[in-house]
Design a protein around this ligand. Sequence first.
Ligand code: KE4
Length: 428
Amino acid sequence: MNYDKSKALFQKAKQLMPGGVNSPVRAFRSIGMDPPFICRGNGARIYDEDGHEYIDYVCSWGPLILGHAYPAVVESIQQQAALGTSFGAVTRLEVDMTEMITQAVPSVEMIRMVNSGTEATMSAIRLARGYTGRDKVIKFVGCYHGHADALLIKAGSGAMTFGVPDSEGVSPAITSDTIVTAYNDAEALDHVFEQWGRDIAAVIFEPVAGNMGTVPPQMDFLREIEYLCGKYGSLMICDEVMTGFRVHYGGAQRLYGIKPDITTFGKIIGGGLPVGAYGGKKEIMRYVAPDGPVYQAGTLSGNPLAMAAGLTTLKILRDNPVIYQELERRSGLLESGIKRCVRLAGIPICVNRVGSMICLFFTDIDVKDYDTALTSNTRRYADYFKHMLEKGIYLPPSQFETFFVSAAHSDEDIQYTIEAISKAFNHL
Ligand SMILES: Cc1ncc(COP(=O)(O)O)c(CN[C@@H](CN)CCC(=O)O)c1O
């Protein structure tokens, strides 16, 4: 396939932006090829500068649950833009948006809009520390909550350990307050609380892990988080940036019957525009300025364009529950088709799915946490990715990401994808 225009653009981009990208995963480093430059999307499809068409399973990393350039969403952005793009003042749109989210997610009684998932989780941690007067936070290995210093931490050596920076530039002072332990390991979490319980401000977790590939939660693990937070007076921060309005209109917390103290949102609630939010019990949220002493602000927070796009998206999801039924049916079709191809090809692959969040791990081990995810053969994933791209299927350019089915993916798209997977497996 000819990528001349993308290659020329990438040469120029690499002189202008670190790695030629504005987010590392877009550089396709783990795939070992230059990325195609995308210029247009429509429904389940995206198109690159060299004229190639792809069925898109990245969906902008989750926001586009309705598909690209959904007419009603585009129209709402156009209408709002004609009225003004940003005022830095209170607007009706923010009232409507926060009302929609609080009605959809009962644990969220009050909410603050911000501009990204990172801002949402960073602010939620600051709020938990301000509310509890404690400093330590627990996160889980393999969970990603954006790039705020306190959360850009991976496990150090040993099962229960203070994290080590996931990046240069994160000071040791920050890492000393972040404790990292294994996802889906209730016993390990118990030990952390036994030692640090009264110092723990919060536990932040992905209710379905989507950033080490897709890893469903084990119920005993979720229950243990809830129990220990209650017992020690720590706050349960459910990071629904990816799962919010994705796996259920009420989020993963509705699917698994948990009631967090704080929930973070992003992606879908902005309908493809920059957005984030954090919310929870009024008693806690009233600690946020200007009501309370925990400061947080943002020039474009609650931006009218993002509110308009997000509101239209959420209204469509709220008023058409059949969308989730269809997402489940088609995602199930894709999962069973993939498993059929795996059996026929005799390739060791673990397929994990929650709703329209799916991942193929090239390993013969059941992937239930970061360590088991790491057994995946990333070279094989890269080969698979390239074969699929050649067949017009655009997947996440990393083994450790989730791919998404949107409401725009038709049964024919799913069938074509399964056939492409079958052919790709024959070349591995
Ligand atoms: C559960 C969860 N919490 C927080 C974030 C950070 O959100 P943003 O700051 O990228 O809007 C994310 C961001 N997800 C990644 C996808 N793996 C964004 C893609 C990227 O970094 O380019 C998330 O999945």
